[in-house]
Ligand binder design. Structure first.
Ligand SMILES: [Zn+2]
Length: 452
């Protein structure tokens, strides 16, 4: 075992005060180790290669933010708004348009509890306006709570589109989309681009544990509804090692079958914030490299480890991403470069990476804009020879699948360098922008830094 000195800063998970941390390397495992003068020491697994931590990490050229709203007073992470210490612009802005939820999952990062009143349309408009004042140009995710409990959600989508936001997505469990086609139609007519769909498994045991009841039937109905409406869908599994890590391969197969409406699978290892069962408190952490290997193994190499790369925008330790072309005969072709630093482009300025990420997300996550007949799978055996160029271009445009994951940070593994690089910002009720992980951060006793 060896460790790395440095001035890295985290928080104490008990009192949420700033404390230094260092990384301990044990073979291919990396731990964050820190000590609070009052609450003792903490050691949390943050990486379990391969790939090796040092070959994956990327230097980042910080962005100079054109717009900041709050001064530096106590220092990161206590001055969010954004403050001038932040190093990345907003790529995705998350707005909680509903506090309550009609599902009440045992695991919920927001800890949604069903307490109203819901934000008024005037308040929501002020959030859009605040984003415009801070430069605009970002993608929007309407979240909660459960946004589809609002009958006026289409108005909220339309308002955002009228104010100039081109890509608006809802983050939903999908139950209303599954049963209420007119509601889905109204969302599409209002200009909704994409559905970020909670989708943890292709069997019900995992739904019972993670969501409190069987939901597969409703999830499949929601998928069908989105396909009929021409909505792009991102499947979003929350992964817990002992519950649904074995669902990674089956979910990818289902995504392939439902291409091109399923545009992406975005895995999220469970974080220790919001609401989660006490029984999972000591569950061994699922890290990004382990997830990349699970994807490779469970897909029998269709989505190989070597095709995943660090993000171009947020910190390299926060996520991975790969793009794939789905051939009609079931073959999967990686379109993305691997993570080997030797074959990766040099680091680019953060602003440039952000702009590319904003465009990539809206391109990869929205439904393809072409007539439905092009989406039908060709006859079996029709793809025996090389694909003609025009067909390849159509395929590349329509039948791509993006596979990605994001490792949120909680009070046990928080790294303020990663926080300052964050491009996914929650809009707080007063219009301030707060990095998503900080907004949801919960101490061991449930105390929060930002979420009301
Ligand atoms: Zn402490």
């Amino acid at each position: 075992m060896n460790s790395e000195p440095g001035e890295d800063i985290s928080l104490c998970p008990v009192c949420l005060e700033r404390i230094p941390f260092h990384r301990e390397f044990e073979g291919l495992e990396v731990y964050q180790v820190k000590q609070c003068p009052e609450h003792g020491s903490f050691r949390t697994l943050i990486w379990q290669g391969p790939p090796e931590f040092d070959t994956w990490r990327r230097p980042k050229i910080p962005a100079q933010l054109a717009y900041t709203e709050t001064p530096v007073q106590r220092g990161c992470p206590f001055d969010c708004g954004l403050c001038p210490e932040h190093r990345q612009r907003t790529c995705s802005a998350v707005m909680d348009v509903a506090h309550s939820c009609d599902l009440g999952c045992p695991i919920c990062y927001a800890g949604a509890s069903g307490q109203g009143p819901e934000p008024s349309l005037e308040l929501i408009e002020s959030w859009y306006q605040a984003l415009l004042l801070s430069g605009g140009g970002c993608n929007i995710q309407l979240s909660g709570g459960e946004p589809t409990i609002r009958d006026d959600l289409p108005d909220i989508v339309a308002m955002g589109r009228e104010l100039g936001f081109d890509f608006i997505q809802i983050n939903t469990h999908g139950l209303r989309l599954a049963r209420d086609r007119a509601y889905g139609r109204a969302l599409v007519d209002a200009g909704l681009a994409s559905v970020f769909l909670q989708f943890d498994a292709v069997e019900d045991t995992a739904y019972r544990k993670l969501r409190g009841r069987p939901l597969l039937k409703e999830k499949l109905a929601a998928l069908e509804a989105c396909a009929a409406l021409g909505l792009g869908v991102v499947l979003v599994p929350t992964l817990v090692r002992g519950i649904n890590l074995d669902q990674v391969g089956p979910i990818l197969s289902l995504a392939q079958e439902h291409s091109p409406f399923v545009r992406a699978v975005h895995f999220q290892p469970m974080s220790r914030f919001g609401r989660y069962p006490a029984s999972l408190e000591n569950e061994k952490r699922l890290t990004l490299p382990e997830l990349m290997r699970a994807i490779d193994q469970q897909s029998e190499g269709r989505f190989p480890l070597a095709s995943f790369r660090p993000p171009g925008c947020e910190n390299s330790l926060c996520s991975f991403q790969g793009n794939f072309l789905l051939h009609p005969d079931g073959r999967v072709q990686a379109l993305s470069q691997g993570h080997d630093p030797a074959c990766c482009p040099a680091p680019e300025p953060a602003e440039q990476g952000a702009l590319r990420t904003i465009a990539r997300v809206s391109r990869n996550w929205a439904a393809p804009a072409s007539p439905p007949e092009l989406w039908a799978a060709p006859e079996p055996g029709s793809c025996s020879g090389p694909i003609p160029l025009d067909e390849f271009i159509t395929l590349a445009r329509q039948r791509t699948l993006s596979v990605s994951a994001m490792a949120f940070q909680d009070a046990w593994n928080l790294d303020l360098e990663r926080v300052r690089d964050c491009c996914i910002h929650q809009v707080a009720p007063d219009g301030r922008r707060v990095p998503f992980c900080l907004y949801n951060l919960t101490s061991a006793s449930g105390q929060r830094l930002y979420r009301p």
